[in-house]
Each structure stands twice: as C-alpha cells, then as structure tokens.
Design a protein around this ligand. Structure first.
Ligand code: IPD
Ligand code: CA
Ligand code: CA
Length: 272
C-alpha cells in the first residue's frame, strides 16, 4: 500500500499529469509539414515520429518528477516502479485525425495508485479543451480560464441516443464491427466515429455523446478517459459482468448503459 495516498498525492499527480500533457500538446501542435508515417499492426494502424517524440517528453516529465513510479506507454515506454503509482499514457490518441488535420486528438495521461485508476487527464490541444478526472472528487472540462464541473445527466431512451464507437485496425475485426454498427444504427438517434477513444469517453462525461462502446481498446486508450467518465457519474463497464477492457468498453449514463449493454450482448459485440 502506498504511503500517503490521500488528497496530497492526488493533488500532486493531477498537477503533474496536467503539466506533462500540456507540454506534450505544445510539442504536437508544432507539427512539421512533412510527417513520415510507419505502420504497426496493419496498413491502417499508423504511428508518426510525433507520437514517439510526445511519449519521450511525457516519460521524461513524469519520471523526472517522480523517478520511483512505474509507466506504461503505447509507443514502448515500460517501467516497473516501486512507489505504488503507475502512469499509463497514450502520447497521441487519434493519430489518424492528427495526420489528416482533423482537430480531435488528445494526449492521454492517467495515474493508477495501488493498481486502481485514480487520475485522468485528456488534453485536446487543437480545440483548447482539457478534461481532468480525479477518483472520488469529480471531473472537469478546462477551457481558457474556465473550469466546468461535469456530471452526466438523465439520458434519453436508446432510440433517441447519440452514440459513439470506434473501429480496430484488422480486416477481421472491422468486418465484425461493421455488422454490429449496421444493427445498432437503425435503433439509435445517430452514430459518431470521433476517432480518439479517450475523447469519446470524456464526451460521454460532457454530454456530447450519450454513450460510447468499442472493442479492442488497450490500457492507454482507456485509462484516463475512464477516470473522467466515471468521476462524472457515467457507468464504464464490459459486457456480461466483465470490467471494461480489451473485450469491450461501454460508457453511458446509468439509465442508458443497461439497454445498450443488452443490445450489444445480443449482437455479440465482444466477439471477434
Ligand atoms: C485509436 C483511437 C481510435 C480507436 C482505436 C485506437 P490511436 O488510438 O483511439 O479512436 O478507435 O481503437 O487504437 O492509434 O490513434 O492512438
Ligand atoms: Ca489510442
Ligand atoms: Ca496513440
């Protein structure tokens, strides 16, 4: 058990997460005209030099300030710590949006304390908005000098819900996700494919989406946004009693999570 895992520690972790995410955001905003692109799991799964530079900056800021912490980063950063705190970072969530000049991409920084998600910062530099969530305290959207507390409201019926989802990178995964979205679309108000999972989760917290689900998210896609959504009162879960994870992540206000859960179960949304 970590020593002093109280208010002071959460203050320190959230301030550091915010400072590091903002610094990485500045770096990413200075995007070079020519951006070489490599592929990862499939030709559609891309990574740029800026993803890697952003992760290097995050690692150096976070571990520079707290050298005994652990860290897991999408671009290879991995370190076992001894302090009871582990950072989980996606240095650029929404790389395809970034590549095409779409504004919705984020730097996602989460801190787990004793294995439990405790702090989440999702910083969206191109729209100058930042989401912060602290377990047990609440969630906020920061924009300019303003700070707005987030609390999910009473959701609409599923038939009137605006839902978000995302797609994986392999052909097989996309075939199955295409089948699911084809069956969900006629049953809801409309569907958005935002392109950055961390932002989808924060937009559920912020009321910009009524619900979101996705299969195949990795810990760095989920960690920070999950803290924000949960701290705003959303339910973040998997299917059939599973916790949210790679099998499936579903986030919604409590009254909507049940009906969407049942529909996704019927459709086998957690199967490949
Ligand atoms: C991706 C985005 C996308 C989601 C994918 C993620 P990346 O992350 O969050 O919205 O649908 O599952 O892999 O590759 O841009 O960091
Ligand atoms: Ca991601
Ligand atoms: Ca990424």
């Amino acid at each position: 058990m970590i020593q002093g895992a109280g208010d002071g520690l959460l203050d320190e972790l959230s301030a550091l997460a915010l400072e590091a995410a903002r610094a990485a955001g500045e770096l990413l905003l200075a995007r070079p005209d020519h951006l070489p692109v490599d592929t990862k799991s499939s030709p559609t799964d891309v990574v740029t030099a800026m993803d890697r530079r952003s992760e290097e900056l995050l690692v150096s800021r976070l571990l520079g300030a707290r050298p005994d912490d652990g860290l897991l980063g999408e671009e290879g950063g991995q370190r076992l710590g001894t302090s009871g705190v582990r950072w989980v970072v996606d240095p650029l969530d929404g790389t395809v949006n970034y590549l095409y000049g779409h504004p919705v991409w984020a730097v996602s920084v989460a801190a787990e304390v004793d294995g439990q998600p405790a702090v989440g910062v999702v910083h969206c530099p191109a729209v100058a908005e930042t989401y912060v969530g602290v377990r047990g305290r609440g969630a906020w959207r920061l924009a300019g000098d303003g700070r707005r507390a987030l609390q999910v409201g009473r959701p609409p019926e599923l038939a009137a819900a605006l839902v978000g989802t995302g797609f994986g990178y392999t052909e097989q995964r996309r075939q199955s996700q295409g089948r699911v979205i084809g069956a969900v679309l006629p049953r809801v108000r409309d569907v958005r494919r935002v392109g950055a999972a961390s932002v989808d989760l924060c937009w559920v917290a912020d009321g910009r989406l009524d619900a979101y689900w996705e299969k195949g998210l990795k810990p760095w896609d989920l960690a920070a946004g999950q803290v924000v959504a949960t701290a705003a009162g959303a339910q973040v879960m998997g299917l059939r009693g599973m916790p949210a994870g790679e099998e499936l992540v579903l986030a919604a206000a409590p009254g909507l999570a049940g009906p969407l859960h049942d529909l996704l179960c019927d459709l086998g949304a957690d199967e490949d």
